[in-house]
Ligand binder design. Structure first.
Ligand code: ATP
Ligand code: MG
Length: 384
């Protein structure tokens, strides 16, 4: 492989510091094989974490002891971060996270990874090592557990969700899901409720951000996993949403995909941030209340209104009429009245707020046309 990050001076500096005793591993290698760029670079090494740290610092690189106990040191070169993790093997588990011991064997390190396509290794010169047959599976779009799927799921139930996450991104819809993996997910649902919302949320965001998550999500529903993670979720509107997104040239946003799964509040289940929860509340409200798109664009901005239009369109089977023009109209409008304009008439208090809201609603209903003077006349004449 020859991804662009392999050639960066930062990568070379880290490679030199570790004296070549490492492999790139996981997502960055998998994605390089497919010609895709990588977000983060993971490195596997037989060196113990203290030695990684010492070598990197001796070479003048900054390190962060991200998870020394788990064998992970972050090495920073230029503006790039490299997660360097000592080879590990699974020893025991409580089903929520595998417990690991250090190892000096790449084969052992590969065997404790989740899927064959995630156990691809590349040396500093780009030469691949593929101990689990991941290349063939990757080419076939087959997400395959390493080892016995049921056993691997019971070590860490998050792997069930990751199975669908990687299927959404790398699976071949024509060939479908690996039937052994699918059966193992369905047979091992009991540990799912104990997963932390934080880990589930991170995987779910990634799954829903795939170009087309619809086949994966419907398989998740069939396996019984989806209703455990997102009670009440209904995948039926995902395919029309993805279709409309493609037509509109809109990027894949997980927030939209989550919104069309239903109106339930997912703040707890996915550990949504305040900003994310607010965004989803706007979408849920846009679905429930049929607020005009122009008003949504005025209140929440263009991006939120476009999301609302797509989400609403998924339910309708087509984009709302004139959606682009309606959003353009509302975007950037400023209500021309302020509290001071009405203070003399209403005094400080609830009546003032109510009058402002009344006039604002009328102004919106009139397509933002009435100016300040017109609104004051309307208010004086008791028009609203
Ligand atoms: P992404 O591109 O989304 O970062 P990734 O493959 O790098 O994908 P990560 O979650 O960053 O996924 O994990 C890095 C690697 O660590 C994986 O490729 C896999 O080899 C291993 N891994 C991560 N989580 C697990 C798990 N729960 N069980 C076993 N191996 C795992
Ligand atoms: Mg990664």
């Amino acid at each position: 492989i020859a991804p662009s990050w392999l050639d960066r001076s930062a990568t070379r500096a880290v490679a030199a510091a570790l004296h070549g005793r490492f492999h790139f591993v996981g997502g960055c290698v998998r994605d390089a094989v497919l010609g895709r760029d990588a977000a983060d670079i993971d490195i596997a090494t037989p060196l113990p974490p203290e030695e990684v740290q010492a070598l990197a610092e001796a070479a003048g690189l900054r390190t962060v002891p991200t998870g020394i106990a788990h064998g992970t040191v972050t090495v920073i070169a230029d503006d790039m971060r490299f997660e360097v993790t000592t080879y590990r093997r699974d020893v025991s588990t409580d089903g929520r996270r595998a417990t690991v011991a250090f190892s000096d064997s790449l084969a052992e390190d590969a065997a404790r990874r989740d899927f064959t396509m995630n156990a691809l290794y590349a040396a500093a010169d780009g030469e691949l090592t593929d101990p689990e047959g991941g290349l063939e599976d990757l080419a076939a779009g087959l997400v395959r557990f390493i080892g016995d799927p049921s056993r691997r799921i019971r070590e860490d139930y998050l792997r069930s969700l990751r199975f669908f996450r990687f299927y959404a991104w790398y699976g071949d819809a024509g060939q479908g899901l690996d039937p052994d993996g699918m059966a193992a997910v369905a047979a091992n649902l009991d540990g799912i409720p104990r997963l932390s919302a934080e880990r589930v949320g991170a995987e779910m965001r990634k799954l829903l951000a795939a170009p087309d998550p619809a086949p994966s999500v419907s398989a998740m529903a069939i396996s019984g996993l989806l209703p455990l993670l997102l009670p009440g979720a209904e995948p039926r509107f995902l395919p029309p949403l993805v279709h409309l997104e493609t037509e509109a040239g809109a990027g894949p946003r997980w927030q939209r995909r989550l919104a069309v799964l239903g109106l339930e509040d997912r703040t707890e289940a996915l550990r949504l941030s305040k900003a994310e929860a607010r965004e989803l509340a706007v979408l849920a409200d846009a679905l429930r209340a049929d607020t005009p798109l122009a008003e949504l664009a005025y209140r929440h901005g263009r991006a939120a209104a476009e999301d609302a239009a797509l989400v609403r369109g998924a339910g309708l089977g087509a984009m709302p009429p004139d959606w682009q023009a309606r959003i353009a109209l509302g975007e950037g409008q400023r209500f021309p009245l302020a509290a001071e304009d009405l203070l003399a008439k209403y005094g400080q208090g609830q009546a003032l707020g109510a009058a402002l809201r009344r006039l604002e609603a009328l102004w919106i209903a009139e397509d933002f046309r009435p100016d300040r003077d017109a609104l004051l006349v309307i208010d004086r004449d008791g028009g609203v």
